[in-house]
Design a protein around this ligand. Sequence first.
Ligand SMILES: Cc1cc2nc3c(=O)[nH]c(=O)nc-3n(C[C@H](O)[C@H](O)[C@H](O)COP(=O)(O)OP(=O)(O)OC[C@H]3O[C@@H](n4cnc5c(N)ncnc54)[C@H](O)[C@@H]3O)c2cc1C
Length: 466
Amino acid sequence: MGTVSISFDADVDVEVPLLIVGAGAAGLCAALAATEAGIEVLVIERDAVPAGSTALSAGLIPAAATRLQRAKGIVDSPQLFAADIQRKAKGEADAAVVDAVAHGSGPLVEWLMDRYGLPFEVVDNFNYPGHSALRMHGLPTRTGSELVDRLRQAAERGDITILPQRVADVLLAEPDGRIRGVEILRGDGERERIGCNALILACNGFGGNPDLVRRFIPEMGDALYFGHPGNRGDAVMWGEALGAKLAHLGAYQGHGSVATPHNILITWAVIMQGGIQVNRDGSRFCDESQGYSEQAAEVLRQPGAIAWTVFDARIAAVARQFEDFRAAERAGAILTGDTVAELAGAMGVPAATFASEWMDVENLKAKSGQDHYGRQYAPEQLCAAPLHAVKVTGALFHTQGGLAIDGVGRVRRKDGTLFPNLFAAGGAAAGVSGSSAAGYLSGNGLLTATVLGRLAGQAAMLRRRG
Ligand SMILES: Cc1cc2nc3c(=O)[nH]c(=O)nc-3n(C[C@H](O)[C@H](O)[C@H](O)COP(=O)(O)OP(=O)(O)OC[C@H]3O[C@@H](n4cnc5c(N)ncnc54)[C@H](O)[C@@H]3O)c2cc1C
């Protein structure tokens, strides 16, 4: 089924207390937490410089009850956050994991601020679907590359060894499931076997493995994959071979607004501020405000697998806080029209149909109405000329299914019992999004990467002492 395997030959070249595979947000948070707890850590990373899908993200971490929220008068709590996660996931997410990430999120952000100097801010000029409080915390550039760079720098300052250009491809295990270590392929072609007391899999999901995507998420089998290509499902494949419980493999984070053919993310803030989507016939096709994740498949079902995201200058000003949006502008992806008819001409959609859809929505906004798809509007979403449009498609961002874990990232066997020294965090583990794309609440990706990474790093230390 892939290129990774399991070996029961226990010989190793070198031993470390804690081994972490993957240096994205999950692996680096785990490494920082474990090092603080006094455990020696070695991180193995496929790339020359850690980046992962973390670097491709906007770096926004949802966190409840932080002092940054309190300073802005935002009322929030872990309970409210947990309820939001489960509402979006239709109650399908593991309750213990939801509880752990909702309660751990605020402390996670404050830990990264206080201990490692990450300058988080609360995003307070728009909210994402399904969050009942403003709780997205981002760094000044609103980029995941800033997040992963700052985490790596913190690790380097803490003398954490990250071995780059090493691919873990053989898991060393004992017949009872105890992990002995991993065999790695080095950049120079040599192989090395590293033993460990505990292993944290932080190598994300299987978005970069088209065979696994087609097997578990057929609706995205031919979709553009927008995540890190090195995330090839190694954790899932090892888990399957080890007899681990795999959960919600059909779940994923999609996105219904990736500029095409430029392949640049257009932030969903555009929709939440009052933008809409029409297909190439100029017609709307669903309630866009439900969420960007489920919108990926909706857009791919439209003629030509494209849609137009339409908005105005006020919305563009909000979106411009994201470097991606500015890049889309520079690339010429954003079209402008002084009138609805002029914009329709630039988009190449039937003007009468588009104008009628646009005016219907504007009228609903003025009277706080709801459309026949169930989308609710508000007067502050009203748009004014000049108008903008960008041609978009749906993409797969990352998979949300993976190894079933407990509230600190310990991996479960098929019968629900725990492997003694195997952990997973971030995209390697089953997330908190239930069984489908529609269950993905914005931020679930970095939430489970950072919080569970930290908890797994701490728990790996406790395991060693026990
Ligand atoms: C475009 C985009 C935008 C996003 N925006 C957001 C957002 O704003 N908020 C949010 O919460 N989430 C967002 N996400 C999702 C988020 O990026 C991921 O959920 C998160 O980064 C996962 O972190 P991770 O540490 O598990 O994986 P990664 O960051 O992908 O790190 C995994 C690392 O493991 C390495 N690796 C893999 N296999 C091996 C191996 N066998 N041996 C050695 N190394 C290996 C990889 O090279 C990689 O560096 C976005 C995703 C994308 C693609």
